[in-house]
Design a protein around this ligand. Sequence first.
Ligand code: ASP
Ligand code: MG
Length: 410
Amino acid sequence: MNDKKIVVQKYGGTSVGTPERIKAVAEKIRQYVDRGISVVVVVSAMGHATDELIKLSMEINENPSRREMDMLLSTGEQVSISLLAMALQNIGIDAVSFTGSQIKLVTDGNFSNAKIQSISTERIMKYLNENNVVIVAGFQGIDDDENITTLGRGGSDTTAVALAAVLKSRDCEIYTDVNGVYTADPRIVEHTKKLNEISYDEMLELARLGAGVLHSRSVEFAKKYNIKLHVRSSFNSEEGTIVMPREEMMEKFLISGVTSKLNEAKITIRDIPDRPGIAAKLFELLGKNKIYVNMIVQSTGHDNKASISFTVLKENLKDAIAICNSLRGEFGISQGIESKENIAIVSAVGVGMLSAWGVAGRMFKVLSDHGINIEMISTSEIGISCVIDTKYAELAVKAIHEIFIELGQV
Ligand code: ASP
Ligand code: MG
């Protein structure tokens, strides 16, 4: 039985992007090994290797089968895990690398977006007990029929957290190319702040609403298994951001993040009958066709007619419109089904909203002060989102960030 402390670390693509970077990561790992810690490392493919593989496949077949795509994409990580093992061995540290299938990381059969079902710890523990650093390929697994699957882009985070869960480690470090989680995308907002702490719920909400730091399923896992995620840079040794239970946080801000999302489009159906079963039918059908619906707003008009607006991923817009059209007859829709692609969803998220008044009003006021029209609004316990025209996305994020974060938390 291994009674050493186990830490799971994940290094993203940029952190292992070049031979020098891989050597630097090996040195970082050494510091843990020297302290007597058992290290399990998950790595992403080097640099933009996954994107390159996708490009390559497009040159062969523009509509590749999802099974073969996963077969292809899983190879990126096989390169980085073996190179990292070699780098560790080169500095005298015993290391062994495994693909997802070799540690029996079993997923469902949903290629390109598979969900983890189980992971065997047997092989990992055997090698940890023999004082190896165990390196696991991120983002991949096998289904019941031993087909290679992948967990969706950015899925290595989820591999790492799932490993921490099965290895019963409370510590999972996510090494990336930024210093942690910021109050807004530093490429858009100049005066962003790095958060020392953020709750699982805020992180999930931010990920859902466009922040790209963490794969959202990794945060769900972390919350479920009470794992502390430390998001930090592999390029320095600064403390990053800890994603943790809300109850354990020292500082709770009104707003901890402002995001924008540009990959959705809006559909509006006017004059549909205002009676039970209509919305159910529409959204059931969209769901059956695996169309992800984000915001939904229904408003009642007159003469027992309603209108429904909702957002879907831009890539699903055509299919979603076709589904709406197929219900025309049954719903007795006479008017056109409208759609708009150039929308942005801007959101403010913070646990402080749970006990504050007037946050929505202040946010809408800032938008109106800048002449920005709000096309849809949706709220959750800890978030407010507005659909606006794409051309105002950056301006809106800057303005909301300024009043809620730069001008001090109220
Ligand atoms: N290499 C995969 C990707 O680029 C998985 C990951 O990086 O987490 O999406
Ligand atoms: Mg990544």
